[in-house]
Design a protein around this ligand. Sequence first.
Ligand SMILES: Nc1ncnc2c1ncn2[C@@H]1O[C@H](COP(=O)(O)OP(=O)(O)OP(=O)(O)O)[C@@H](O)[C@H]1O
Length: 632
Amino acid sequence: MITTVLRRSCLDSSRRTLAASLTSINAALFHHLTPAAARVSDQSAIGSSDVKPGFAFPPPPTSTFGVKAREFHFHSGPSEFRSSMVSPAGFAISESSDRGIGDSESVGSSSADGLAISELGISPEIVKALKSKGIEKLFPIQKAVLEPAMQGRDMIGRARTGTGKTLAFGIPIIDKIIKFNAKHGRGRNPLCLVLAPTRELARQVEKEFRESAPSLDTICVYGGTPIGQQMRQLDYGVDVAVGTPGRIIDLIKRGALNLSEVQFVVLDEADQMLQVGFAEDVEVILERLPEKRQSMMFSATMPSWIRSLTKKYLNDPLTIDLVGDSDQKLADGITTYSIMAESYGRASIIGPLVTEHAKGGKCIVFTQTKRDADRLAYGLARSFKCEALHGDISQSQRERTLAGFRDGHFNILVATDVAARGLDVPNVDLIIHYELPNNTETFVHRTGRTGRAGKKGSAILIHGPEQSRAVKIIEREVGLRFTELPRIAVEREGGSLFEGIGARSGESFGGGRRDRGSSFGGRSGSGGGSGRYSGGSDRSSGWGSFGSDRSSGFGGFGSDRSSQSSGRSGFGGRSDDYGSSGGRSGGSSNRYSGGSDRSSGFGGFGGSDRSSQSGGRSSFGGFGSNDGKRSY
Ligand SMILES: Nc1ncnc2c1ncn2[C@@H]1O[C@H](COP(=O)(O)OP(=O)(O)OP(=O)(O)O)[C@@H](O)[C@H]1O
């Protein structure tokens, strides 16, 4: 109570005068970084730009607090620089760094790499907290983001999985907040808002902020948990709020969350927001933020929605793309295998694969459906310690499951794509794709649960005899070569791991609702506009390209042509997380299916404004469930 009163009185006395303060923080930082800043500016002048140089940005806002951060933005020249241009920024941050950062640099490769965090001039609290987690040098994306973020620039970031994007935006923000609070006391309303597409990701981001700056008050808000407690915590006062858009809107409506003082907003996994139906909510939230703020967005792909979002809500954003046109989309250190298996025998080969390739370490098996996840976990539990994770499992159980997996209470997690993105469980040795994922991008994200922070890992893709073409497409799009493992003999009758748990003999385990014939670019057609990535008018298109210039679903980062889907691809569903079945995952609205903006393929990151039509080809042919819902 006393603390509450203190926080509030601090608020009353100081928030109105914050203008000068953050100005001085930024002025100090700016002073510190001036030579570097000039170099960034020079670099941006020769970069290509997704945001046209002539784009009319609103005049510098005058402020909720008079924060002057934006006055340090650089407006000269195009706003974007790509991977190869990131290097000088790396040099700029520290003259002692002996090389720059570009898409060829890998994380954690040697202790000589990186930039010593203790030399950055950031709050000792952060340095100490990170050190206790074994984090002493910046990873490449962190190096690249630090300086422009400290200058207050809006930005769009992209780097491979597990390369430290969270701290890339986290470090500059928490450093600024700590310094701000030190000068002005702490207020009640959040200064930073981070939006994440899933509950698990939101929790993880909040944890990273909390652990990196123990003196800050952070809150994580998402559906499926009692709102009253979150309202009380907000009333007490927070510095950083992280959450899923649905719950954030709930809290705003109830008057519990006041965004009027937000100075930093981050959209993590922004493209995923679109896919899980949060696009409208995200915009509602962005509309409510003070104009004078710093906005950062991390997105693996740039669908047209993201591009329009950046134009609408970001101010002269800098693009930092450490993947760029590089062929290889996976993090270094991940070895990829493929194995052919008939659908009837698939479940039975998981055990041998785990034994052989996980070698007692942690393994995540990804399935397309919740049903498959349950049944596979049930079957494997006869021989392994194993649990399932998907959207129909209660939030509290999901949290227990993830904690148990992290803590090593069991080693095999069988999950739907609810666990595909962003989840950071250290030391996952093996990923098994029980079936082909819906698209290349999902393959990259699923696989990226291993090989994190510079560690090694393996991924095995199980495919049917009829899916060789799809496997080749993954190889091409992701820039890898699978090592084909020898087939594992299974008995068609009677040998199933799942005997007695409901699968009919000979049935593809859990295949009930799935359209098994529709593999990979095949007959998605999930009914009207509600299908997940449905589109699917051209049966041969299926998988868009990732970083290529082919006219398909994913125009890709660095593509010089933004592609267009048929306009029928349905991003249905609107769920607070992936697939809480009773929730808002209706999927009927088809709002983002290209109705308003028909060029809804995944256009290039920094691509030109040329757009080509794929003549009705779908972004994702989709071979997933035909239940018409984006429900994991
Ligand atoms: N500089 C660093 N040194 C060592 N470890 C780090 C560093 N930065 C981040 N990490 C660790 O690396 C792991 C991966 O980081 P993070 O989850 O931010 O990756 P990511 O790029 O967001 O991945 P994804 O794309 O899968 O979401 C985390 O465990 C994090 O604590």
